[in-house]
Design a protein around this ligand. Structure first.
Ligand code: GCU
Length: 599
């Protein structure tokens, strides 16, 4: 018994010695040890590395310790001699035994660290899907839930000088009360799906900052800098050389420093995505970033970017790697997908249905694409479960926290295709209000849905219309309801004095399958669907944007038609092997026309 208490105490000390801390903003600009690359992995469907045979969690001798036993002792695992996987990645596309696998996989990475009295070690994960237990040198440093947002732990006190190792227990099992819940139309890719770094920062470091055009004061750049601890009288220097700005501010007793700078920067636009190099520094810490300045607002049924009416010529995109499938995460993946969006004539992308990796948002910003960013509050969420709400709110917080300096992000979306109901309205209205407390400068929306018409009248009615700035909805005329022909007769009633975005429409086609335009799954059917739908959209009053579903075919366990879907959702305008379908050119022409209208 004494041994168990001692071990438990040691684990507790280990836990207290390390803890989750607020996100280190713009982490990739810091002084990091990069932990991407080969990690050992052990597939553990029975969670044998975490529970003993009585389902009690191990205090020691779990896989997290990767203990070396002598040859007289029984050892039935060894992470060091287990297979290797390239991280970041999802295990489904990396090991064909794990194509459908939903459960626990353990990952281990060795690294060398030089301890210093003046440095903290912050272990940062871009994302892990879905439940991550993280151990450093065999000690639990924390647990994170949520598959698409970053998190980090201060592991300074559990790091040793020299050889260290990190172990992560990743569990991607779906649960009813998770966010997303158990059903969704995308692949449940599990793993350490985004980049991992050990950031080496000063004991008192620049944790977070906001540098944006002031929403209310003309010609003012305002914001703040936050230290990781409540240290006053620290001098912070903010400089934007191209604007001849070099401003010193001093932190208050909360470790915060505020500033307002008179400036008239060249405003960021999709046509001219101007970014300014900024640096923020204190005597022992310095960070650079590239920041754009713009305004976004709605007036009645119109959206204004920098005071000019704008039509969002968009496309929806899943975070699916082009050509190879699996989770996209790299700069190359982002540039491939976003270049296709630009070829389509887009000035806007809907990053569905969860926050994409930071690189994707930054590359969109550089390429002149406005962004709709969304939390995976998708379909039949557990509306009355408090833990579910708190999970959704945490994911929304972390999405806004990470990208609040990205001028390309113009819309935060709190949900997709959720069923009407009082519980859902309570949940989502609370989430919408919370979003505004985190960011009062961007537009709030959600993808509603129109699933039926009455005498060819399609009416959008949703209680959540009071809580959003932009009315968005998905409609699948010609695919899930009606026919391509029926588009010609359809009228639309959207009784809200707010801009309207069609957040999804589309239909499936197997690239290379040709036939009559009345024959489903042919490129000609999809092409006709786009022709008829876009002609119908011209009749919608207050239409301010569209993001067709979807740029590229993507994997989904719901799509099983043999030799046509084969676990792909084929609504892409581009096939899974990167070939453009005929409908791509219909949308491209329609956007060309739209662009001329808004010149
Ligand atoms: C829905 C949903 C998407 C889904 C699409 C489809 O609108 O939002 O996630 O993939 O329809 O059925 O293809």
């Amino acid at each position: 018994m004494k041994k168990i208490i001692l071990c438990f105490a040691l684990i507790m000390v280990g836990t207290i010695m390390a803890q989750e801390v607020p996100l280190v903003t713009n982490v990739f600009a810091r002084n990091n040890i990069n932990l991407n690359g080969k990690w050992n992995y052990v597939v553990d469907p029975l969670e044998n590395g975490y529970y003993d045979y009585r389902l009690m969690p191990f205090q020691t001798n779990g896989f997290f310790e990767n203990k070396k036993f002598n040859t007289a002792e029984l050892q039935e695992y060894d992470l060091d001699t287990s297979p290797l996987m390239d991280i970041p990645s999802d295990w489904n596309s990396k090991d064909n035994r794990l194509f459908f696998y939903e459960g626990t996989v353990w990952f281990k990475k060795d690294f060398v660290y030089k301890k210093s009295a003046s440095t903290k070690g912050i272990l940062y994960f871009g994302a892990v899907n879905y439940d991550a237990k993280v151990y450093v040198n065999g000690k639990l440093v924390g647990n994170h839930v949520g598959g698409y947002t970053p998190f980090n732990f201060d592991v300074t006190n559990v790091l040793v000088d020299g050889n260290n190792f990190v172990v992560v227990k990743v569990d991607n099992k779906r649960h009813k009360d998770n966010v997303p819940t158990v059903n969704m139309d995308w692949w449940n890719y599990g793993g350490i799906t985004r980049e991992v770094v050990l950031s080496q920062v000063p004991i008192t470091y620049i944790e977070d900052y906001l540098v944006q055009l002031d929403k209310t004061k003309e010609g003012v750049i305002s914001g703040w800098v936050k230290l990781n601890s409540v240290v006053a009288k620290q001098t912070i220097t903010l400089s934007i050389p191209e604007l001849k700005i070099k401003k010193q501010v001093v932190t208050d007793s909360n470790g915060m420093a505020y500033f307002e700078l008179k400036a008239n920067p060249v405003l960021w636009t999709p046509e001219s995505p101007k970014l300014y190099d900024i640096s923020i520094s204190k005597f022992d810490d310095s960070i650079t970033d590239a920041i754009g300045f713009r305004t976004i607002k709605t007036v009645g049924k119109e959206i204004f970017l920098n005071g000019k009416k704008v039509f969002l010529r968009g496309i929806s995109i899943h975070e699916e790697a082009p050509f190879r499938q699996g989770r996209a995460w790299s700069k190359e993946d982002a540039i491939t997908l976003l270049t296709w969006a630009k070829e389509l004539g887009c000035n806007y992308v809907r990053l569905a249905h969860y926050p994409h990796n930071e690189t994707m948002v930054r590359e969109a910003e550089k390429m002149g694409l406005m962004v709709w960013s969304e939390v995976p509050v998708y379909w039949t969420i557990s509306w009355t479960n408090t833990d579910t709400y708190n999970n959704a709110e945490r994911q929304l917080h972390d999405m806004i926290y990470r990208d609040k300096n990205r001028c390309a992000v113009v819309i935060w979306s709190i949900a997709n295709e959720t069923p009407h109901g009082d519980d859902r309205d309570i949940f989502l209205s609370k989430l919408a209000k919370y979003a505004r407390t985190q960011d009062s400068t961007r537009l709030i929306s959600m993808a509603m849905e129109v699933t039926k018409s009455n005498n060819n009248i399609n009416t959008l009615k949703d209680n959540m219309s009071d809580f959003v700035d932009v009315i968005s909805f998905n409609s699948y005329l010609g695919w899930y309801r009606g026919t391509n022909e029926s588009c010609k007769l359809m009228q639309w009633v959207i009784p809200y004095n707010k801009p309207v975005i069609i957040s999804e429409f589309g239909g499936e086609a197997l690239q290379g399958l040709h036939g009559d335009k009345t024959k489903r799954w042919t490129e000609e059917y999809q092409e006709e669907l786009y022709i008829q739908n876009t002609q119908m959209f011209d009749r919608i009053d207050g239409l301010a944007g569209i993001s067709p579903w979807i740029l590229v075919d993507f994997k989904s366990p719901r799509r099983q038609l043999p030799r046509i879907q084969d676990f792909f959702n084929r609504k892409g305008l581009i096939s899974s092997s990167g070939i453009k379908k005929k409908a791509f050119y219909v949308m491209k022409d329609w956007y060309k026309k739209k662009e001329m209208e808004y010149k």
